[in-house]
Every structure is written in structure tokens, then in C-alpha cells.
Design a protein. Structure first.
Length: 234
């Protein structure tokens, strides 16, 4: 069984979905510390011909709370975010198809940050017809005080995984010998270059999946999910 594990990101780039599509199980961390200025509650979209950020504001709280313990700010103006995204993408070829998905995600009446982000992941996965089951990390019977590689190995063993997939950027974080000792194959996944017409300017890569969906029909996006190179750990 092939396993991948990721933080809960709000409408992440296509590499996130490539990893999910490749896995038999996809674990989403909920009991990890919330990090400011990360990708948990923000991402980038196309505004004109340049990138800009959109953000789900979070209620002020202790810096030591987990994602599952954080709340969406009461002043979060969902309509304002929708207006901003609509203004940016209204002339994109797939706007009429994709905007109802965006509305379902942004308007979700969920106050808990993890629940809100997790809902967005479920909605996009369903839209892309990715059938990989998502498992919430806190539901797995392991020692949740473990950190980094040891926590990943514990999750793999608890779920019966014999293969673990990780983005290529994490090569320095994991020891192939540690995985081999547990009879778990460690592979790293690298997205192949993906480019498509946007609004006539130079292509802006690695934006939110919303950008990919707005400019490409669903069959083309589904084909992109397999546009990866797999690099075995050595």
C-alpha cells in the first residue's frame, strides 16, 4: 500500500494533487502546529498577469495551538474573497464550470480552520475524481508526540504501508536506511514542468490549483496528475 502524508493546505498547487492521486491512502495532518505565513490558510492566484495572495484570516490565538485548534477569524469576508477571485478569472475559459466549486469551498459555513481547509481538499478531490481516501492524522493510533521522520514511519506502520511518497523537496529530511529497516520503500516525486496559456503574459507557475482549473478543461487537468517523475531514495 502506497502512502503519502501532507499538511492541510488551502487550495494547493498541482503537485499536492499529483501526490494524492498516486497514493492508496493520503494522510492529512490536523494535529500539527499552525505556522504563520505558510500555505495552510493562503495561496497564490493570478491577478492580471502577476501573482497575488488570497488568505483565509485566522483568529488570534496562542502560537502553540495545532491547526485543529485554530479558528477562522469572525471577520473573514467570504463574499469579498469570491469577488476578488471572480474578477481575476471571469474571462478564463473554464470559469463557468469551476466557479461553482469555488463558491462551495469559500462559502462553507465552517469556523474551525482544519475543518474549513479539509472541506476544500475534499471538494477539489471530488471535482478531479481523485478517489484516494483521505485519513486525518489524529485518528491514527500512534504516539503523536513523535516528530518528523519517526512520526512518518509510525503512520506508515500503523496503516500497513510498504511504500511512502514524498515531494522531491524533502529528500534531506528522510533517511533511506530508516525506511529500509522497516521494509518501506521510499520514493520522491517531482512534478514535470507544466505550462498553459493564461492571460497573454509570461506564464506564472505553481499557483493555486484554482488557476490550473480555470484555464484547463478537467480532462487536461486529470492528465496533468500523472505528469511526474519518481525518484527512488538512495
Amino acid at each position: 500500500m502506497t502512502l503519502a502524508i501532507f499538511q492541510p493546505y488551502f487550495l494547493p498547487y498541482i503537485g499536492y494533487w499529483q501526490l494524492m492521486a498516486m497514493a492508496d491512502r493520503f494522510v492529512v495532518y490536523d494535529n500539527i502546529e499552525y505556522t504563520k505565513k505558510g500555505w495552510i490558510n493562503r495561496n497564490r492566484f493570478l491577478q492580471g498577469t502577476a501573482d497575488a495572495y488570497f488568505t483565509v484570516p485566522v483568529r488570534k490565538a496562542s502560537d502553540f495551538l495545532t491547526v485543529a485548534e485554530r479558528q477562522v477569524a469572525g471577520e473573514f469576508d467570504r463574499d469579498k474573497l469570491l469577488r476578488s477571485l471572480a474578477a481575476s478569472y471571469r474571462k478564463a475559459p473554464e470559469f463557468e464550470t469551476v466557479y461553482p466549486l469555488v463558491e462551495r469551498i469559500v462559502r462553507a459555513p465552517l469556523g474551525n480552520l482544519f475543518a474549513y481547509v479539509h472541506h476544500s481538499l475534499v471538494e477539489v478531490a471530488r471535482f478531479l475524481e481523485i478517489a484516494t481516501p483521505m485519513v486525518i492524522s489524529s485518528s491514527i493510533a500512534i504516539d503523536h508526540t513523535l516528530k518528523s521522520e519517526q512520526k512518518v514511519l509510525a503512520i506508515c506502520k500503523a496503516l500497513g504501508a510498504d511504500r511512502y511518497l514524498n515531494p522531491i523537496g524533502g529528500q534531506s529530511l528522510y533517511s533511506p536506511a530508516a525506511f529500509a529497516a522497516e521494509s518501506i520503500r521510499l520514493d520522491f516525486v517531482q512534478s514535470k514542468p507544466i505550462a498553459y496559456p493564461q492571460f497573454g503574459g509570461p506564464f506564472v507557475p505553481n499557483l493555486s490549483i484554482l488557476d490550473v482549473l480555470m484555464f484547463n478543461p478537467k480532462p487536461a487537468v486529470r492528465a496533468m496528475l500523472s505528469e511526474v517523475d519518481v525518484i527512488p531514495a538512495v
